[in-house]
Design a protein around this ligand. Structure first.
Ligand code: NDP
Length: 277
């Protein structure tokens, strides 16, 4: 089963399917990540906020794979948007992961009412210049946030990681990203399970002999987005990886896209200004 790569705007290649570790208890993260790597995943999405970077690093180190065979993303936590804090937080992330380089580092949330994310992005540019990260990007940025980065800074984000699933198709943000050469990463790709009972998705899955999760993840893949479903259940980790031996028709894709209700499972980035204590 070969996972296709997406080429980012600086030439770096990222596997289109990965494994997310949000809400995996640190004590379970090493085992869950090792399971994903055994199944064949070569892309792991973590964050300082998830509290499990150290365990992701341990899994990578003990996997028997070479560091350059695995693409790892982490994210700058919300309390560290000022330049000095961002530079220090990146050092801590690298220490926790135990890596000499990171593949992708993202600003986790724009926090429009706290500090200025343009300053944060300038710090990200400094981190990129240090060559300890292969690509930098943003997460949960709305087009008007990215417009400011495009006007006021030098590096176009390589990715924008946003909530996307059949109940929140985000076509405006995805179109904006595409027009600016920014790859879209779709977080909570199965809406944490909420879309799996949907009659339209269940009908397509039954017709194709696939599961609702596989149909939903395949919908993302055929739309060109990057996904990293999370599961601590081995059968689901296997199920979610098996997306490349079938195809959805244009009608199936359109039917799933028509399920959009603009319904978020997470916060609205324009209103979210949370800093963990
Ligand atoms: P997902 O949409 O990946 O859903 C995960 C949930 O669905 C878990 O409860 C899991 O259960 C269950 N599940 C997984 N696969 C299946 C399946 N095949 N059948 C039935 N149930 C299934 O949600 P996440 O919020 O975890 O999003 C994925 C990743 O996106 C995160 O891990 C993180 O890396 C990233 N993310 C980024 C955010 C950001 O702000 N940038 C915010 C949120 C997520 P179980 O584990 O018990 O098997």
């Amino acid at each position: 089963m070969t996972v296709p790569n997406v080429t980012l705007n600086n030439g770096v290649e990222i596997p289109q399917l990965g494994f997310g570790v949000f809400q995996i208890d640190p004590k379970d993260t090493k085992e869950a990540t090792l399971t994903a790597l055994e199944v064949g995943y070569r892309h792991i999405d973590t964050a300082e906020m998830y509290g499990n970077e150290k365990e992701v690093g341990e899994a990578v180190a003990s996997s028997g794979l070479k560091r350059d065979e695995i693409f790892v993303t982490s994210k700058l936590n919300n309390g560290f948007h000022a330049t000095k804090d961002a530079l220090q937080a990146f050092d801590t992330t690298m220490d926790d992961l135990g890596f000499e380089y990171l593949d992708l580092f993202l600003v986790h949330w724009p926090l429009p009412k706290i500090g200025d994310f343009v300053e944060t992005w300038q710090a990200m540019q400094q981190i990129l210049e240090s060559k300890r990260v292969r690509a930098i990007g943003v997460s949960n940025f709305q087009p008007h946030h990215i417009e400011r980065l495009l006007k006021e800074t030098d590096v176009v984000p390589a990715v924008n990681q946003i909530e996307v699933h059949p109940y929140l198709t985000q076509d405006d943000v995805r179109d904006f990203n595409r027009e600016h050469g920014i790859a879209t990463e779709a977080w909570s790709p199965i809406a944490q399970g909420k879309v799996l009972d949907d009659a339209t998705i269940v009908d397509i899955a039954e017709r194709l002999g696939k599961t609702p999760a596989q149909v939903t993840l395949r919908w993302h893949i055929q739309r060109g987005d990057i996904v990293f479903p999370k599961s601590v259940t081995r059968e689901r980790v296997v199920e979610n990886f098996n997306l490349f031996d079938f195809e959805l028709s244009d009608d199936d894709i359109a039917a799933i896209t028509a399920l959009n209700r603009d319904e978020r499972t997470g916060p609205n980035p324009d209103e979210f200004n949370y800093i963990p204590s």
